[in-house]
Write a protein that binds this ligand. Structure first.
Ligand code: SF4
Ligand code: SF4
Ligand code: SF4
Length: 354
């Protein structure tokens, strides 16, 4: 039997560094069928994960340049592919489900699609996102949990990450938006997804997010940290995104939380410790911890290190300074890839070896 175009596209997407794993139910094909027309699927099948000009794609497809230019621009506006604008020139590439098509459909997914996405996401998280040792995000502590005597790298400090950017966009959090539409969700900050550089241009031009100044981005960051959100930047020393996530809605954190030992999977250089003699057993840290890493034991709170992802949220929750965030020893420290390209190469290499 000949495979239909959307099944072929699913297999093509699975060849990107970030997997697009196949399910038995075929829900991932249904998602592609809802997003891509047959013509768009055929075009995406001829595209690569790295940016290319219209001429290169047109030649590969044997299509007329002008007509294809319109279709590619339209596909990028719909969030099916990524676009880099350099003056009048445009470069396009296909993208994974996440980070990629899923986030780019922030404003357009309907309830039926959301149901399919929610059916697929847990599987995608397990087999795709967390299917390799290197993942697309890492965890950095909230600033309130850092001590002056720590040696913190600039890529581990949220304020430094933001101050280093020339173009910043902020978008509504798709995890919380979708959970609310599905009748779940929480009241945490909605505008919580920041993109930088080319990602920011794409978000702004596509109406997915709005441009913010450094000062406004820092205010949004402070609000997120004060309200107990977890900071998850892109997994690179040159950072391209910064998410502020809650343990209840965030697909990434829910994926981690479902594991027995999230600390072994999360890219983090920190963990927390509680001074039993200072703890007044109020339980606030246990309530706030997004990983269920804290339990109350007799008259003190206790941290399970296998579950602690070093987000520092518990430090912000404690009114008597009984919680401290500690740095892992030097030989255990995680050094992120240089940038998004190196991160993708690491993931691709790990998939080949597995
Ligand atoms: S990853 Fe975090 S900030 Fe980004 S959409 Fe999900 S919960 Fe929101
Ligand atoms: S105990 Fe929980 S809240 Fe505290 S740093 Fe670890 S994961 Fe974060
Ligand atoms: S918030 Fe502080 S005082 Fe309260 S249980 Fe946690 S460590 Fe103890």
């Amino acid at each position: 039997m000949t495979e239909n175009i959307h099944t072929l596209l699913a297999k093509h997407l699975d060849k990107l560094p970030i997997p697009f794993p196949a399910t038995e139910s075929g829900v991932e094909i249904r998602i592609l069928q809802r997003w891509f027309t047959e013509e768009e699927a055929e075009i995406a099948l001829a595209m690569n994960g790295y940016p290319e000009s219209v001429s290169v794609i047109a030649e590969r497809l044997g299509k007329e340049h002008e007509a294809l230019a319109h279709i590619l621009e339209d596909m990028s506006k719909k969030g099916l592919i990524f676009r880099i604008s350099k003056g009048d020139a445009r470069l396009y590439n296909i993208v994974p489900l996440a980070e990629g098509m899923w986030e780019f459909h922030l404003n357009t997914n309907d309830k039926e699609l959301l149901q399919d996405l929610s059916e697929y996401m847990d599987y995608f998280m397990q087999k795709g996102w967390y299917g390799t040792p290197t993942t697309q995000h890492r965890i950095i502590p909230i600033s309130q949990s850092l001590d002056n005597d720590m040696e913190i790298m600039p890529y581990e400090q949220a304020e430094q990450i933001i101050k280093a950017q020339k173009k910043i966009s902020v978008a509504h959090c798709i995890c919380r938006k979708e959970q609310r539409l599905l009748g779940k969700g929480c009241d945490h900050l909605s505008e919580a997804c920041m993109a930088f550089g080319t990602g920011a241009y794409f978000y702004i031009e596509n109406g997915l997010g709005r441009e913010v100044s450094t000062e406004e981005a820092l205010k949004i960051l402070k609000n997120g940290m004060d309200s107990g959100l977890v900071l998850q930047p892109g997994n690179g020393r040159k950072v391209w995104s910064l998410c502020m996530c809650c343990g209840c809605c965030c697909g990434l954190l829910r994926g981690l939380k479902a594991m027995e030992k999230p600390a072994c999977v999360a890219h983090t250089n920190f963990y927390s410790q509680i001074a039993a003699d200072e703890c007044i057993s109020c339980g606030l840290c246990e309530e706030r911890c997004p990983m269920d890493a804290i339990r109350m034991d007799a008259d003190t709170a206790v941290v399970n290190r296998d579950r602690c992802i070093g987000c520092g949220v518990c430090v912000g929750a404690c009114n008597v300074d009984a919680v401290r965030l500690l740095q892992k020893s030097e030989q255990d420290r995680y050094i992120p890839p240089k940038d998004v390209g190196e991160m993708q190469m690491r993931i691709a290499g790990e998939r080949k070896r597995s």
